[in-house]
Design a protein around this ligand. Structure first.
Ligand SMILES: NC(=O)c1ccc[n+]([C@@H]2O[C@H](COP(=O)([O-])OP(=O)(O)OC[C@H]3O[C@@H](n4cnc5c(N)ncnc54)[C@H](O)[C@@H]3O)[C@@H](O)[C@H]2O)c1
Length: 337
């Protein structure tokens, strides 16, 4: 079985999830921890009982440990530097979203990944949930006919502190990437254009725009609409968003927490044609969230396949994010792809 020697870059909150994964996977050995603040790396090593060297510089960590894989759990502003450093050193990267802080940077990272022949796979844990798998397969199987529109509502009011409260577009860049990626996953279509209005409503504790409304045209002719806020307190949605998908034969709903439901047209009489409830069957037998996504990344690496969230695919979700930001800035519809 392939052995993976992993250096973890970034020793903040999210690193714990990745280290939990590493700890339970037989063929993964964590060989070093990196953080800009070495104290953070040392604290993490101590907390997790890891007897490994700590570093402030990734190149040094790679040279010293002989790692063949980096987990990039740094902040978004550091992803480009971490990923390109590792790829140029001939090391695979599994990293947190987003790929970078601009589309040009994400494209540059992708070009470096392609030239290196190494894999760069991106965490999109919110497509590894049994309910979204059920809904995606139901829609792909024509459960409500041809999909015409997908709508996602995301309203939460988290007080993170830290980098998110100072970013220019915290909602779109740090969170909506998940929802946009979920829309691609659910529709099976690619984004064609976006119009976005981004704003920071009264009462927001973010410096940047914590709310946005976006309209995407998709390659199959469907439309994806998104309404989101990270400064909406009370009556919150789930972190997976609250979804409504309308098709030529009916409607599917998913609140992000519970099993999706659907109704299909059951007759052709009357002002409003009758509908009946239909089941959205469970199909997913894998693990969920980060573990499910990391299972897919490792499985792909070990079988020389592209992970579902390989950077060559993820760039399409990234393009939705930066297209939305550009549209918000220019007030114009932006063509994607
Ligand atoms: N997939 C998800 O559901 C999910 C949830 C939360 C966070 N995230 C992502 O995880 C990443 C980390 O988030 P977090 O909440 O752990 O942030 P955090 O601020 O708690 O931790 C980030 C750590 O990275 C370190 N760091 C920054 N630049 C570095 C560099 N160049 N080299 C080494 N270390 C560096 C910082 O010092 C800090 O200790 C972000 O990209 C975030 O968007 C994803």
């Amino acid at each position: 079985m392939a052995q993976h020697k992993v250096v973890v870059a970034g020793c903040g909150g999210m690193a714990n999830e990745w280290l939990d994964y590493a700890a339970q996977r037989e063929n993964v050995e964590v060989v070093g921890l990196v953080d800009l603040f070495e104290e953070a790396a040392k604290k993490m090593a101590q907390k997790r009982g890891l007897n490994v060297p700590t570093f402030t510089d990734l190149s040094e960590a790679l040279a010293h440990t002989g790692a063949n894989l980096v987990f990039d759990v740094t902040i978004p502003a550091s992803h480009k530097q971490i990923a390109t450093t590792a790829l140029r050193a001939g090391v695979h990267v599994f990293g947190e979203k987003p790929m970078a802080e601009t589309l040009a940077d994400a494209q540059e990272v992708l070009a470096v990944a392609n030239a290196s022949g190494k894999r760069y796979s991106v965490m999109q844990n919110r497509r590894y949930l049994k309910h979204i798998r059920a809904l995606s397969s139901f829609l792909a199987g024509g459960g409500i006919g041809k999909v015409g529109a997908l709508h996602a509502d995301f309203f939460l009011g988290p007080h993170f502190g830290g980098f998110r409260e100072t970013m220019a577009s915290p909602l779109i860049l740090d969170m909506a990437i998940h929802t946009f990626d979920q829309a691609r996953f659910l529709s099976g279509a690619d984004p064609v254009s976006v119009y976005c209005h981004e704003f920071n409503p009264a009462g927001s504790w973010y410096a940047g725009n914590a709310s946005a409304i976006c309209i995407f045209e998709m390659s199959d002719g469907s439309v994806f609409s998104y309404r989101g806020s990270w400064s909406a307190q009370g009556a919150g949605t789930s972190w997976e968003s609250d979804w409504r998908v309308t098709g030529s034969l009916g409607t599917a709903l998913w609140d992000g927490d519970n099993r999706p439901t659907a109704e299909e047209v059951s007759g052709d009489e009357g002002f409003m044609h009758p509908t009946k409830a239909i089941e959205v069957p469970d199909i997913w037998t894998g693990r969920q969230g980060h573990f499910g996504c990391l299972d897919n990344m490792f499985d792909a690496l070990e079988h020389d396949r592209l992970a579902e969230t390989d950077s060559s695919d993820n760039i399409k979700s990234v393009a939705m994010v930066f297209g939305a930001i550009e549209s918000a800035k220019t007030g114009q519809k932006v063509m994607l792809g």
